[in-house]
Design a protein around this ligand. Sequence first.
Ligand SMILES: *[C@@H]1O[C@H](CO)[C@@H](O)[C@H](O)[C@H]1NC(C)=O
Ligand SMILES: *[C@@H]1O[C@H](CO)[C@@H](O)[C@H](O)[C@H]1NC(C)=O
Length: 421
Amino acid sequence: MATTHGLMALAILISFLLFILSPEQSAAAGRPAGLLDRGTPSTEMVAGCCESVVKPVGYKCQEFEVKTEDGFILSMQRIPEGRAGAGSGGGGGGGERKQPVFLQHGVLMDGMTWLLNSPQESLAFILADGGYDVWIGNMRGTRWSSRHASLDSSKSAYWEWSWDELAKYDLPAMVDFVYQQTGQKMHYVGHSMGTLVALASFSEGRLVDKLKSAALLSPVAYLAHMTTPLGIIAAKVFLGEILTNWLGMAEFNPKMNFVSNFLNKYCHIPGVDCYNLMESFTGKNCCLNTSTVELFLKYEPQPTSTRNMVHLAQTFRDRTLSKYNYESKVANIERYGHDTPPVYNLSRIANNFPLFLSYGGRDRLADVTDVGLLLDDLKLHDGDKITVQFVKDFAHADFVMGVSAKEIVYNAIIAFFNHHQ
Ligand SMILES: *[C@@H]1O[C@H](CO)[C@@H](O)[C@H](O)[C@H]1NC(C)=O
Ligand SMILES: *[C@@H]1O[C@H](CO)[C@@H](O)[C@H](O)[C@H]1NC(C)=O
């Protein structure tokens, strides 16, 4: 029974962290059961992001490698200008240096996040066409950032990190790199865990000296308000089970057969509707395009470390934003000098640092109540330095994949950037 609970909780966590198909979209995509069963990567995926998805639609694109302080080799892509040299907008076209923007994806995703829709609908292309110099980050462990100076990703030592390290090493390495390359401060855009790691980093005084502002889409900081019945089961069961049964699994790869097999099996239990299950965790996205969903299924989800998943589950369980909990007083003392992990205090984010937050009324990952807690931490922020947008009909994936995201969210981001030059 315990194992069943563990598996169920694992499935739930996958469901709640994956981006999500509504029942209609999954039916339209013709994948009623095989959500995660997508076979081996094609050579196209090995080719690199520029070659496989950016250049084919007519944009210049450059690949870079950035090494983190702890030895991970990350890939970054740069789209330096708009299509056919277009773009002399707010980003400063013509002979001027263009304004850099750095885009950071969320958990189980990679830089493809910003490129999944058509060029007219995808944020990376919209910014390039608007005259910005666009830089795309890829966190450690994802397809294009899977190397390390000395560790092999097939070994568990490679996977000993959580979002603490993403905030401490990956983001600073990539932001520093853009700063070095362009000699300019940049704007930041994050989605989902790409907002969590930024907020954690900012609260410790990192990054802000190299950023002009940050736009946070589907901002995730607190995760406590996942109040569906299955969410409560996950909260109670997941951690214990994961730690005893699953921690041997250093890499959390949603594409691995045993996970998809289990999910497929679980989804066929009479009375269990997996798509409604997912929807109940992440919210019903209003505006996804079926062909974008197809592309999403082709490229995502991406691996992360099991420890990162456990850390996210701790954030959910403990109702605080803390560093990774070793689930042992001795181990916590050894690591932190205290029997509980240190808290990230978001009130420490500089009050005059320009922030744009956009959150959705149907988003069950960045739940409205949890966003409220985040806004409460930011209540002393200078009034003219914070812009908050509420999009009633949006759920988690709409912010990066929704066909109406440009009109509703991206135009507002660009106006915000223009205001905080
Ligand atoms: C959906 O995607 C396809 C393929 O990119 C595109 O032709 C179509 O216009 C999109 N639909 C909407 C509503 O954006
Ligand atoms: C968080 O930081 C703020 C501002 O520095 C401080 O007033 C507050 O006491 C801190 N909260 C905690 C829990 O440490």
